[in-house]
Design a protein around this ligand. Structure first.
Ligand code: PLP
Length: 299
């Protein structure tokens, strides 16, 4: 299964767990998502599936990715865990939801996602009823009829309690995502205004032309990240690094033979990225404090 090394761990572990071998391919340094040209090169005869991730809430460039997968007779499974409600405008001009173009789309309702429950949860969508039926069976220990097991499945039910919470929150999802996008635009503007972009201290996230960004994370690249983080810690400003270690260099995947320097864009991103608070309830004054603190650090 071909995927990106710059993502959350489960992007690759899900393949590993079912006995497939994750094969990695470098990212586009602008969008942090898979680079279709590199996907085409990396696709060997053993690859049967492509798993693009819509990282931080912005769709990977699905049209060329789907074209490559179709040409190679592979399926596309979208990791839309961070992108529920994000849109992609394909070549045909249609505006589609992240997760609905591939054979299967995967969403997460982990509390940090744009639509978070009070605990763990997730959902899959798919267009083929046969795949849907098998997934339904796997969700409840792998059988259609209780105590008759056709597959070795899991206990992957969505709790009724979580479902109730998510049902109440769902109608507000688009409003929250719009709030995040507005906060992101304000950061963009302020980082330019205080000269940090021009001085190459902070690089705001790039927007893809054919995708809406719902900013599950507002991720900038920064210079001298570790010292900036210390400064932000002292100022009591929350931030995080998604992700400090690329998947091909994770200890548990050592047997896959990943080596340093193999995916330079992903590795560089791991050294430079910093996610800043962008949640919809964030107030303008709080955001000002974040930007002022970063500005002060580089002065
Ligand atoms: C959160 C996340 C997942 C997994 O979500 P779970 O709820 O733990 O299943 C997968 N991929 C990405 C990119 C994520 O951010």
């Amino acid at each position: 299964m071909l995927t990106t090394p710059f993502s959350f761990f489960s992007t690759a572990s899900c393949a590993y767990r079912v006995g497939a071998r994750p094969v990695f391919c470098d990212i586009d340094p602008q969008t942090f998502n898979l680079d279709p040209a590199l996907v085409d090169e990396a696709w060997t005869d053993n690859v049967r599936a492509l798993l693009p991730v819509h990282l931080f809430g912005q769709c990977a460039d699905l049209d060329p990715l789907l074209e490559i997968a179709r040409r190679r007779d592979g399926i596309v499974i979208e990791d839309a865990a961070q992108a529920l409600g994000a849109r992609y405008r394909g070549a045909a001009g249609e505006d589609v939801h992240a997760g609905t173009l591939g054979e299967v789309g995967c969403y997460s309702f982990f509390p940090t996602k744009n639509l978070g429950g009070f605990g763990d949860g997730g959902a899959l969508v798919c267009r083929d009823p046969k795949i849907a039926e098998k997934l339904r069976q796997l969700r409840v220990h792998g059988g259609q009829q209780m105590y008759h097991h056709r597959w070795v499945g899991w206990n992957s039910r969505l709790d009724a309690l979580q479902a109730a919470v998510l049902n109440l929150k769902l109608p507000r999802l688009d409003g929250w995502s719009a709030g995040r996008a507005a906060n992101a635009e304000r950061y963009d503007r302020w980082f330019v205004e205080c000269g940090l972009v021009e001085r190459d201290c902070v690089k705001p996230p790039a927007r893809a032309e054919n995708a809406t960004h719902i900013f599950n994370q507002y991720t900038v690249r920064v210079r001298d990240r570790e010292r900036l983080r210390e400064h932000l810690n002292e100022m009591g400003i929350g931030h995080s690094v998604y992700y400090p270690v690329p998947l091909h260099l994770q200890e548990c995947f050592a047997d896959l033979g990943g080596r340093e320097g193999q995916f330079p864009h992903a590795e560089q991103a791991c050294r430079e990225v910093l996610a800043l608070p962008v949640y919809p309830e964030l107030e303008e004054g709080q955001q000002r404090r974040v930007v002022d603190a970063i500005d002060a650090f580089y002065r």
